[in-house]
Design a protein around this ligand. Structure first.
Ligand code: PXP
Length: 256
């Protein structure tokens, strides 16, 4: 069992709101500072090819001004690799990216894209970044991550969260959660560090946080949305508390 469960706060959508008007407000770096004081263990930011939210300057400032480890989400492109090698973030999470998508809609095809991805995994690792691959909770993808030498996988929780929103107790919801559980267990057996994220909310975080081999959750959109109602500090603290509660219950269940 991974004792501690880290929270990476994704600040992309602070930048989305800023960019709706141009200018500098709200500042994602200020949000990152606040996230640190509210209990985040890391900051996650996705520099997209189209720069729709996070900008190059945000990445430079997050690297220079924030003490928390930065997890840079990036597509496997030469441009992003060059930026990552310049900043050498603590972690680099390789994600699939299509210009027309609203968000990262599915996992990376680590199995099919092996030849293309190897170069990126090797370069990032050599630069000292902890490399993760954002994949569907599918054994084939986890085995591919091992072959690629990526030490970490992040399981895409989007399908589970979408199913939960439709029907929290439904068969699909339970099936998606079971896929995540099995993939997280397999990651442990394969020696991969396991992370999870996408679409997590106060209602869905507990059932993922309770999975003992998951070491980190990356959460953004819901927290930034919730901040409108309760403030970012309160939203992060509540998410952290729900994660801790689930993890404590899991520990209790194991030792009972
Ligand atoms: N993890 C990865 C790899 C992502 O691409 C994203 C979305 O940028 C997240 C986690 C966070 O998802 P959400 O914003 O839905 O919480």
């Amino acid at each position: 069992m991974t004792e501690s469960l880290r929270l990476g706060v994704n600040i992309d959508h602070v930048a989305t709101i800023r960019n709706a008007r141009g200018g500098g407000h709200p500042d994602p770096v200020r949000a990152a500072r606040l996230a640190a004081s509210a209990g985040a263990d890391g900051i996650t930011a996705h520099l997209r090819e189209d720069r729709r939210h996070i900008s190059d300057d945000d990445i430079a400032r997050l690297t220079d001004e924030i003490d928390l480890p930065l997890n840079l989400e990036m597509a496997a492109t030469d441009e992003m690799l060059e930026i990552a090698l310049r900043h050498r973030p603590h972690a680099a999470c390789i994600v699939p990216e299509r210009r027309e998508e609203r968000t990262t809609e599915g996992g990376l095809d680590a199995a099919g894209g092996h030849n293309h991805l190897q170069h990126f995994v090797d370069k990032l690792k050599n630069a000292g970044s902890r490399v993760s691959l954002f994949v569907e909770p599918d054994p084939v993808q986890l085995e591919a991550a091992v072959r690629l030498g990526a030490p970490v996988v992040e399981l895409h929780t989007g399908a589970y969260c979408d199913a939960f929103a439709e029907d929290p107790e439904g068969r699909q919801t339970r099936a998606h959660l079971e896929r995540i559980r099995r993939a997280a267990a397999l990651a442990g057996e394969l020696g991969l560090e396991c992370h999870a994220g996408h679409g997590l909310t106060f209602d869905t975080v507990g059932s993922v946080a309770v999975i003992p081999t998951i070491a980190e959750l990356n959460i953004g959109h819901f927290l930034v949305g919730e901040a409108i109602f309760s403030g970012l500090d309160s939203a992060i603290r509540r998410m952290r508390a729900l994660m801790n509660k689930a993890r404590a219950e899991a520990g209790g269940a194991r030792s009972a």
